[in-house]
Design a protein around this ligand. Structure first.
Ligand SMILES: Nc1ncnc2c1ncn2[C@@H]1O[C@H](COP(=O)(O)OP(=O)(O)OP(=O)(O)O)[C@@H](O)[C@H]1O
Length: 248
Protein backbone atom coordinates (compact mmCIF):
# COMPACT_ATOMS: atom_id res chain seq x y z
CA UNK A 1 0.00 0.00 0.00
CA UNK A 2 1.27 3.49 -0.82
CA UNK A 3 1.85 5.63 2.28
CA UNK A 4 3.23 8.77 0.69
CA UNK A 5 3.19 10.37 -2.75
CA UNK A 6 5.52 13.31 -3.32
CA UNK A 7 5.07 15.26 -6.54
CA UNK A 8 6.82 18.62 -6.25
CA UNK A 9 6.90 20.70 -9.41
CA UNK A 10 8.96 23.51 -7.94
CA UNK A 11 10.14 24.91 -4.62
CA UNK A 12 11.69 28.33 -4.91
CA UNK A 13 13.22 30.49 -2.16
CA UNK A 14 12.61 34.19 -2.81
CA UNK A 15 15.43 36.71 -2.98
CA UNK A 16 16.25 38.14 0.46
CA UNK A 17 18.71 41.03 0.93
CA UNK A 18 21.71 40.33 -1.25
CA UNK A 19 20.79 36.66 -1.76
CA UNK A 20 19.23 35.88 -5.15
CA UNK A 21 16.07 33.84 -5.52
CA UNK A 22 16.91 30.15 -5.85
CA UNK A 23 15.08 27.05 -7.05
CA UNK A 24 15.76 24.37 -4.43
CA UNK A 25 13.62 21.51 -5.83
CA UNK A 26 12.27 20.89 -9.31
CA UNK A 27 10.23 17.95 -10.66
CA UNK A 28 10.97 15.90 -7.56
CA UNK A 29 8.72 12.83 -7.49
CA UNK A 30 8.68 9.59 -5.53
CA UNK A 31 6.42 7.32 -3.52
CA UNK A 32 6.93 5.39 -0.29
CA UNK A 33 5.18 2.12 0.46
CA UNK A 34 3.53 1.54 3.81
CA UNK A 35 6.10 0.27 6.32
CA UNK A 36 9.05 1.04 4.03
CA UNK A 37 12.30 2.44 5.43
CA UNK A 38 13.34 4.86 2.72
CA UNK A 39 16.65 6.73 2.93
CA UNK A 40 17.05 9.99 1.04
CA UNK A 41 20.66 10.80 0.20
CA UNK A 42 22.17 13.69 -1.68
CA UNK A 43 25.05 16.12 -1.60
CA UNK A 44 25.20 18.81 1.07
CA UNK A 45 22.82 21.67 0.34
CA UNK A 46 20.85 19.79 -2.32
CA UNK A 47 17.50 20.33 -0.62
CA UNK A 48 16.94 17.38 1.74
CA UNK A 49 15.72 19.47 4.69
CA UNK A 50 13.58 21.57 2.34
CA UNK A 51 11.94 18.35 1.14
CA UNK A 52 11.22 17.09 4.67
CA UNK A 53 9.79 20.46 5.72
CA UNK A 54 7.40 20.35 2.77
CA UNK A 55 6.32 16.78 3.57
CA UNK A 56 5.85 17.73 7.24
CA UNK A 57 3.63 20.66 6.22
CA UNK A 58 6.02 23.19 7.80
CA UNK A 59 6.56 24.74 4.37
CA UNK A 60 3.54 25.09 2.10
CA UNK A 61 5.10 27.53 -0.33
CA UNK A 62 5.70 25.17 -3.27
CA UNK A 63 3.91 24.07 -6.42
CA UNK A 64 2.91 20.44 -6.74
CA UNK A 65 1.09 17.83 -4.74
CA UNK A 66 1.65 15.83 -1.58
CA UNK A 67 -0.46 12.84 -0.55
CA UNK A 68 0.01 11.78 3.04
CA UNK A 69 -1.41 8.83 4.95
CA UNK A 70 -5.05 9.50 5.91
CA UNK A 71 -5.52 10.37 9.57
CA UNK A 72 -6.12 7.16 11.51
CA UNK A 73 -8.04 7.50 14.76
CA UNK A 74 -5.67 8.27 17.64
CA UNK A 75 -2.63 7.99 15.39
CA UNK A 76 -0.97 11.14 14.08
CA UNK A 77 0.11 11.23 10.46
CA UNK A 78 3.66 12.48 10.96
CA UNK A 79 6.52 12.44 13.47
CA UNK A 80 9.67 14.50 12.84
CA UNK A 81 13.12 13.98 14.39
CA UNK A 82 15.41 16.96 13.82
CA UNK A 83 19.22 17.07 13.99
CA UNK A 84 18.88 18.85 17.31
CA UNK A 85 16.89 16.88 19.92
CA UNK A 86 14.73 19.96 20.77
CA UNK A 87 13.80 18.79 24.29
CA UNK A 88 12.04 21.12 26.71
CA UNK A 89 14.73 22.00 29.29
CA UNK A 90 12.22 22.60 32.10
CA UNK A 91 10.73 19.10 31.79
CA UNK A 92 12.32 15.83 32.84
CA UNK A 93 13.15 13.21 30.23
CA UNK A 94 10.01 11.27 31.15
CA UNK A 95 7.85 14.41 31.00
CA UNK A 96 9.30 15.28 27.57
CA UNK A 97 8.04 11.90 26.31
CA UNK A 98 4.68 11.99 28.10
CA UNK A 99 3.96 15.49 26.83
CA UNK A 100 3.52 14.31 23.23
CA UNK A 101 1.28 11.34 24.13
CA UNK A 102 -2.49 11.62 24.44
CA UNK A 103 -3.63 11.24 28.06
CA UNK A 104 -4.44 7.64 28.90
CA UNK A 105 -4.10 5.23 31.77
CA UNK A 106 -1.17 3.43 30.17
CA UNK A 107 0.71 6.56 29.09
CA UNK A 108 3.38 6.52 31.83
CA UNK A 109 3.98 2.78 31.44
CA UNK A 110 4.45 3.14 27.68
CA UNK A 111 6.78 6.12 28.06
CA UNK A 112 8.87 4.20 30.60
CA UNK A 113 8.94 1.15 28.29
CA UNK A 114 10.24 3.30 25.43
CA UNK A 115 12.88 4.84 27.69
CA UNK A 116 13.94 1.36 28.81
CA UNK A 117 14.12 0.23 25.16
CA UNK A 118 16.42 3.16 24.38
CA UNK A 119 18.60 2.41 27.43
CA UNK A 120 17.44 5.55 29.24
CA UNK A 121 15.47 4.01 32.09
CA UNK A 122 17.95 5.41 34.64
CA UNK A 123 17.58 9.02 33.51
CA UNK A 124 13.79 9.22 33.30
CA UNK A 125 13.65 11.81 36.10
CA UNK A 126 16.66 13.81 34.91
CA UNK A 127 16.45 17.20 33.15
CA UNK A 128 17.84 17.43 29.58
CA UNK A 129 20.83 19.65 30.57
CA UNK A 130 22.33 16.58 32.29
CA UNK A 131 22.23 14.47 29.11
CA UNK A 132 25.02 13.98 26.58
CA UNK A 133 24.22 14.84 22.95
CA UNK A 134 23.86 11.13 22.13
CA UNK A 135 21.47 10.60 25.06
CA UNK A 136 19.42 13.60 23.97
CA UNK A 137 19.06 12.09 20.50
CA UNK A 138 17.95 8.80 22.06
CA UNK A 139 15.23 10.69 23.94
CA UNK A 140 14.21 12.33 20.65
CA UNK A 141 13.91 8.88 19.04
CA UNK A 142 11.85 7.55 21.95
CA UNK A 143 9.62 10.63 21.75
CA UNK A 144 9.09 10.16 18.01
CA UNK A 145 7.95 6.55 18.46
CA UNK A 146 5.84 7.53 21.51
CA UNK A 147 3.28 9.20 19.25
CA UNK A 148 3.22 6.15 16.95
CA UNK A 149 3.22 8.21 13.73
CA UNK A 150 2.17 6.69 10.42
CA UNK A 151 5.10 8.43 8.76
CA UNK A 152 8.33 9.19 10.60
CA UNK A 153 10.68 11.84 9.15
CA UNK A 154 14.28 11.90 10.39
CA UNK A 155 16.64 14.68 9.28
CA UNK A 156 20.23 13.47 9.75
CA UNK A 157 19.42 12.53 13.34
CA UNK A 158 22.86 11.05 14.07
CA UNK A 159 25.05 13.62 12.34
CA UNK A 160 28.15 14.90 14.19
CA UNK A 161 28.07 12.12 16.80
CA UNK A 162 31.15 9.98 17.28
CA UNK A 163 30.93 6.90 15.06
CA UNK A 164 30.38 4.24 17.80
CA UNK A 165 27.51 6.31 19.28
CA UNK A 166 26.00 6.94 15.84
CA UNK A 167 26.20 3.22 15.05
CA UNK A 168 24.50 2.30 18.34
CA UNK A 169 21.69 4.73 17.55
CA UNK A 170 21.25 3.37 14.00
CA UNK A 171 20.87 -0.15 15.38
CA UNK A 172 18.52 1.19 18.04
CA UNK A 173 16.37 2.81 15.36
CA UNK A 174 16.19 -0.51 13.48
CA UNK A 175 15.30 -2.33 16.68
CA UNK A 176 12.44 0.01 17.64
CA UNK A 177 11.20 0.17 14.03
CA UNK A 178 11.24 -3.67 13.95
CA UNK A 179 8.97 -3.71 16.98
CA UNK A 180 6.81 -0.78 15.94
CA UNK A 181 6.80 -0.71 12.12
CA UNK A 182 5.99 2.57 10.44
CA UNK A 183 6.90 4.24 7.16
CA UNK A 184 10.24 6.01 7.62
CA UNK A 185 11.91 8.71 5.56
CA UNK A 186 15.49 9.02 6.79
CA UNK A 187 17.58 11.85 5.35
CA UNK A 188 21.34 11.52 5.33
CA UNK A 189 24.35 12.55 3.27
CA UNK A 190 26.15 9.37 4.42
CA UNK A 191 25.69 6.59 1.85
CA UNK A 192 27.06 3.93 4.24
CA UNK A 193 24.46 4.89 6.83
CA UNK A 194 21.74 4.70 4.17
CA UNK A 195 22.87 1.24 3.00
CA UNK A 196 22.85 -0.05 6.59
CA UNK A 197 19.32 1.19 7.26
CA UNK A 198 17.33 1.27 4.05
CA UNK A 199 14.87 -0.93 2.25
CA UNK A 200 15.41 1.50 -0.60
CA UNK A 201 17.56 4.56 -1.22
CA UNK A 202 16.54 7.50 -3.30
CA UNK A 203 19.33 9.74 -4.50
CA UNK A 204 18.83 13.46 -5.07
CA UNK A 205 20.77 15.53 -7.58
CA UNK A 206 22.57 18.78 -6.74
CA UNK A 207 20.10 21.72 -6.64
CA UNK A 208 17.53 22.08 -8.00
CA UNK A 209 17.05 18.63 -6.51
CA UNK A 210 15.21 15.85 -8.26
CA UNK A 211 15.36 12.07 -7.83
CA UNK A 212 18.18 10.65 -9.97
CA UNK A 213 18.06 7.06 -8.68
CA UNK A 214 15.83 4.77 -6.65
CA UNK A 215 17.81 1.77 -5.46
CA UNK A 216 16.41 -1.18 -3.49
CA UNK A 217 18.90 -2.58 -0.98
CA UNK A 218 18.79 -6.35 -1.21
CA UNK A 219 21.11 -7.15 1.72
CA UNK A 220 19.29 -9.05 4.47
CA UNK A 221 18.91 -6.82 7.50
CA UNK A 222 21.00 -8.80 10.00
CA UNK A 223 24.68 -9.36 10.65
CA UNK A 224 25.21 -9.49 6.87
CA UNK A 225 24.97 -5.71 6.67
CA UNK A 226 28.50 -5.51 8.02
CA UNK A 227 31.08 -2.89 7.07
CA UNK A 228 32.56 -4.96 4.21
CA UNK A 229 29.19 -5.70 2.61
CA UNK A 230 28.12 -2.07 2.96
CA UNK A 231 31.35 -0.82 1.40
CA UNK A 232 30.94 -3.22 -1.55
CA UNK A 233 27.39 -1.92 -2.21
CA UNK A 234 28.56 1.67 -1.79
CA UNK A 235 31.32 1.28 -4.41
CA UNK A 236 28.90 -0.34 -6.81
CA UNK A 237 26.37 2.47 -6.34
CA UNK A 238 28.98 5.20 -6.78
CA UNK A 239 30.15 3.52 -10.00
CA UNK A 240 26.57 3.62 -11.25
CA UNK A 241 25.94 7.19 -10.12
CA UNK A 242 29.13 8.69 -11.52
CA UNK A 243 31.77 11.11 -10.27
CA UNK A 244 29.51 13.91 -9.09
CA UNK A 245 28.40 11.77 -6.14
CA UNK A 246 31.92 10.83 -5.04
CA UNK A 247 31.54 12.54 -1.65
CA UNK A 248 28.55 10.48 -0.50
N1 LIG B 1 15.18 29.84 4.12
C1 LIG B 1 15.93 29.79 3.03
N2 LIG B 1 16.06 30.87 2.21
C2 LIG B 1 16.79 30.82 1.10
N3 LIG B 1 17.44 29.72 0.68
C3 LIG B 1 17.37 28.63 1.44
C4 LIG B 1 16.62 28.59 2.67
N4 LIG B 1 16.72 27.34 3.21
C5 LIG B 1 17.50 26.64 2.37
N5 LIG B 1 17.88 27.40 1.31
C6 LIG B 1 18.71 26.96 0.17
O1 LIG B 1 18.07 25.86 -0.44
C7 LIG B 1 19.02 24.85 -0.78
C8 LIG B 1 18.65 23.56 -0.08
O2 LIG B 1 18.85 23.70 1.34
P1 LIG B 1 18.56 22.50 2.35
O3 LIG B 1 18.88 22.98 3.72
O4 LIG B 1 17.20 21.98 2.10
O5 LIG B 1 19.63 21.43 1.85
P2 LIG B 1 20.18 20.11 2.59
O6 LIG B 1 20.38 19.10 1.53
O7 LIG B 1 19.27 19.74 3.73
O8 LIG B 1 21.56 20.64 3.18
P3 LIG B 1 22.57 19.94 4.23
O9 LIG B 1 22.98 18.64 3.61
O10 LIG B 1 23.71 20.90 4.28
O11 LIG B 1 21.81 19.79 5.52
C9 LIG B 1 20.38 25.40 -0.38
O12 LIG B 1 20.97 25.96 -1.52
C10 LIG B 1 20.07 26.46 0.64
O13 LIG B 1 21.02 27.49 0.61
Amino acid sequence: MTALVVDIREKRYPAVGRADAAVALRDLRFEAASGELLCVVGPSGCGKTTLLNIIAGLDRDFSGRMTLPPMAKGRPAIGYVFQNARLLPWRTVLENIELVMPPSEGRRRRALDLLAATGLGDVAQVYPERLSVGMGRRVALARAFAIDPQLLLLDEPFVSLDEPTAQRLRLLLLEIWGRQPTTVLFVTHDLREAILLADRIIVLSPPPARVVASIPIALPRDAQRDAAAIEAVRRQLLDELGDSFGTL
